[in-house]
Design a protein around this ligand. Structure first.
Ligand code: 5GP
Ligand code: ZN
Length: 114
């Protein structure tokens, strides 16, 4: 998608603080962090929302969680706790329509979220 912000970050056209990259996904720091660690894990494949994930994507989407857990281990909060979240459409506050896992950690996180 040529006008997708996260495709542009994936392609290096817009700078971001990259924390992980592999054949399936890219992880980078959120520009407006809501916790000491706030990383976004995106698939390399452009998928607009959770509703657009297909059975063919099953393994790749699972891989996003593996990457999230790796980041949590590296940051030292894998065992103390963290959150992964994927917002979908307006009522959940989705603003970028290329799916991304928010990985939030490094402080106690309230529940339920807003
Ligand atoms: P959403 O609201 O779609 O779940 O999350 C989008 C996230 O992308 C927000 O947390 C927002 O701060 C982040 N974001 C928006 N624009 C940029 C950007 O240009 N660079 C980075 N690194 N993050 C961004
Ligand atoms: Zn995209």
């Amino acid at each position: 998608m040529s006008d997708c912000l996260f495709c542009k970050i994936r392609d290096g056209l817009i700078p971001a603080k990259i924390v992980h990259r592999d054949e399936h996904c890219l992880a980078f720091q959120d520009i407006n962090p809501q916790a000491p660690t706030h990383v976004l894990v995106i698939p390399n494949k452009h998928i607009p929302t959770v509703n657009d994930i297909t059975p063919e994507d099953t393994s790749m989407v699972g891989h996003l969680f593996i990457a999230a857990a790796k980041i949590a281990r590296e940051r030292g909060f894998a065992d103390t706790g963290y959150r992964v979240a994927m917002n979908t459409h307006a009522d959940a506050g989705q603003t970028v329509f290329h799916i991304h896992l928010h990985v939030l950690g490094g402080r106690p996180l309230g529940w339920p979220p807003g």
